[in-house]
Design a protein. Sequence first.
Length: 129
Amino acid sequence: MKAISSIVATALILVMTIVGGVLLYTYAMGYLNTLNTGRIIVHDAYYLKTASRIYINVENIGVGEVEIKRVEIVDVNGNIVVNTTINTILQPGESRIIQVNWTQPTLPKYIIVVYDKGSTDPVKIRVLS
């Protein structure tokens, strides 16, 4: 039996190295692109009866800016009760209190903040006197 020639072996190693480099590059670029996105979390949401207003404490915990599009108030079945347009930008690490007027509360209700890269999990609205 004869072994493969050194030229063929060198060509195979070169091809495997190039394919491995392309795979590693593709994986790394996909991972780095996800790091450059923003992510919103809701720290707290409460309804203040005296002001007839909901206050939502949000923070951008990502590394890219985020545009908050709207706030949805949903019932326990996930039906949207109120849909308020916000259109505000949060920089990485920035927190903000968003206010939503609400004059006909029937509880329990939940807040979902919709932004350009997704939406938050529903957060229950607390009631304060």
